[in-house]
Design a protein around this ligand. Structure first.
Ligand code: X8Z
Ligand code: ZN
Length: 600
């Protein structure tokens, strides 16, 4: 039975048996009661969260039946408690509360990603599905022949390095054989999570996710449209140029004449970032420059050393070094003898000291950047670790994703020279190549960062039904990325499930926001450090003022609405793509001239 209904019934019985006493039994709650309730809720949730983190870490680094059960059960305990406490919190919502308490009551409701329904059976079903989906993705393999199976990292190697369209298409399609079995469970997951969201007063899970941005959900959607309209011209210039170079390489027939790019030719399993095809699109007249992957290989930099470089950037800003347990407990390499979830992540298992990353590191430039990304999470987690439980989090989820990427923007030739990686900093004639690499990594990402949740929001709202899942996905990929599937797709395919964040249920708009915010943060830190040259040449490595500014913003956690945190660091209360435009301005001019030339 529904718990709320049961409680109401109990009250009625009491009221008819002893009406005079019944009034005494439910005195109106006070602000002090609300404060005590929040303190109790925080204690309970923190304890359950730690248990879940230990179990889930074990599961994701050692996927077997038993660890799946442990992860599901501990997640169930946490989400059931969250659902119960969110229900209890309604008692205090009408009170005139101080701002911090009001904020905590809201955060209590929003603290889970998949809100659980009130029914215990459905709660269990929801946790079981979530753990199962996560494991299916982690274990996923494609076996082109009975005696040869490829993991996702194996297939990513092919997409990164091969220039043979047949081989590219084979692994592109191969990885997408992993997800169709997930589809029915995903559809059930959507139903259950929506039930939980409705119990909390939201239209559906998408509406619930959009409520996390300190503004009306509809206003948030409008913000995204505004940012994308600022960015689209940049993306279009890059897309037009890259497409024309791919036609040169693979031929008009392979690329087609519809203005789209086939997804398997962009060097990445989801076509979400294109830096791996830099050699194919390098500006023809630019000097060769340096290749960070080759440098790391020739120096025989191992996985731990790669992470040490990342850590050193943060310590140069004044942050304390990572604790010894980080180095003991993290997973840096793909184990040979067991299944793990290789998708990179950063953990604060027991806040604020037990920090870890989990990542199947490869010695290449892409992972060098990802390491900075992950460490950004860890340093953020430690900075807000002294906040009470519900205030531990980033100002909004885009801030968390942006932090390490902001640092990685400072990995400039100047910085690499300081590390001893290169002997000479290329002159301004090297700028187009540098900016091209960055554009392939970060501009190329923008429409993908937007579309994943555009798809999920339609799914959660019911606008897209299971039979239309795959078609709706490709409609959005074509619309935003201007990329197309290189093979026929069926309604039984479930291509969204071949992207980690869908089965793992990690919201994705955060990465789109991050790709805007990181340039805003970077420009502001560069200015604070007194830098005056072209934005893309700035590195704030070693700048304690920049470190201080970051630390202050990060230590706020999620205790204040995000515009306050943004203002504290950048002086602006608005997210704005102006810094992205400034950073890429020289490349935009080059691309537009080049595209005009090629159109003749
Ligand atoms: O998932 C991640 C991080 C972990 S939060 C590795 N990223 C997104 C992705 O891989 O799809 C970073 C960029 C986008
Ligand atoms: Zn991240």
């Amino acid at each position: 039975m529904n718990i709320r209904f049961a409680a109401a019934l109990a009250f009625l019985v009491l009221a008819s048996a002893a009406p005079a006493r019944a009034i005494d039994i439910v005195p109106a709650p006070t602000v002090a009661d609300a404060r005590a309730f929040v303190a109790r809720a925080e204690g309970e949730l923190e304890a359950l969260n730690v248990k879940y983190a230990f179990a889930d870490w074990t599961y994701q680094t050692y996927i077997i039946y038993d660890t799946e059960k442990l992860s599901a059960d501990t997640q169930l305990a946490l989400s059931a408690a969250s659902a119960r406490l969110a229900e209890e919190a309604k008692r205090y919502e009408k009170l005139d509360l101080p701002a911090d308490l009001r904020r905590k009551l809201t955060l209590l409701k929003l603290s889970v990603v998949a809100p659980a329904p009130q029914d215990p059976k459905e709660q269990k079903e929801l946790s079981d599905i979530q753990a199962w989906l996560q494991g299916e993705y982690g274990k996923g393999k494609y076996c082109p022949t009975p005696d040869k199976c490829l993991t996702l990292p194996d297939m990513e190697d092919v997409l990164r390095d091969s220039r043979d369209p047949k081989a590219l298409l084979d692994v592109w399609k191969g990885w997408r054989t992993v997800s169709p079995p997930m589809k029915a469970k995903y559809a059930r997951f959507v139903e259950l999570s929506n039930k939980g969201a409705r119990d909390l007063g939201y239209k559906d899970t998408g509406d619930f996710w959009r409520a996390k941005y300190d503004m009306d959900p509809a206003a948030f959607s409008a913000e995204l449209d505004r940012l994308w309209s600022q960015l689209q011209p940049l993306y279009d210039s890059l897309h037009t140029y890259v497409r024309s170079r791919l036609i040169e390489k693979y031929g008009k027939e392979a690329v087609g004449d519809d203005g789209l790019i086939p997804a398997h030719l962009l060097g990445n399993m989801w076509s979400q970032s294109w830096e791996n095809i830099y050699p194919l699109v390098a500006p023809p007249s630019a000097p060769a420059g340096y290749d960070l992957t080759k440098i790391l290989e020739s120096r025989k930099t191992d996985e731990r050393e790669m992470v040490r470089f990342g850590e050193r950037f943060f310590t140069s800003l004044g942050f304390p070094a990572l604790p010894a347990t980080f180095w003991e407990r993290s997973l840096f390499t793909k184990p040979r003898d067991r299944e793990v979830v290789c998708h990179a992540s950063a953990w604060d298992v027991e806040s604020p000291q037990d920090l870890r990353i989990k990542m199947c590191i490869k010695t290449n430039a892409e992972d060098f950047t990802t390491i900075h990304h992950e460490l950004g999470h860890n340093f953020y987690q430690r900075a807000y670790g002294e906040q009470s439980y519900l205030f531990r989090g980033s100002a909004n989820d885009g801030f968390h994703e942006a932090l390490g990427d902001t640092i990685a923007l400072s990995v400039t030739p100047e910085y690499l020279k300081q590390l001893g990686f290169i002997d000479q900093v290329p002159g301004p004639e090297g700028d187009t190549s540098l900016l091209m690499k960055m554009a392939l990594e970060r501009l190329a990402f923008l429409p993908f960062g937007l579309l994943v949740d555009q798809w999920r929001w339609k799914v959660f709202s019911g606008e897209v039904k299971p039979e239309g899942y795959n078609q709706a996905w490709w409609d959005l990929v074509e619309k935003y990325q201007k990329v197309k599937s290189p093979a026929a797709r069926a309604a039984t395919d479930f291509d969204p499930g071949a992207k980690y964040h869908v089965p793992a249920n990690v919201p994705y708009t955060r990465y789109f926001l991050a790709h805007v915010l990181e340039f805003q943060f970077y420009r502001s830190l560069c200015r604070q450090s007194g830098y005056q040259g072209p934005l893309h040449r700035c590195s704030f490595y070693g700048d304690k003022k920049a470190g201080d500014s970051l630390q202050k913003m990060m230590a706020l956690g999620i205790s204040r609405p995000w515009p306050d945190a943004l203002e504290a660091m950048t002086g602006s209360r608005k997210m704005d793509a102006g810094a992205v435009a400034e950073y890429f301005a020289p490349l935009k001019a080059w691309l537009d001239a080049e595209n005009a030339q090629r159109a003749k």
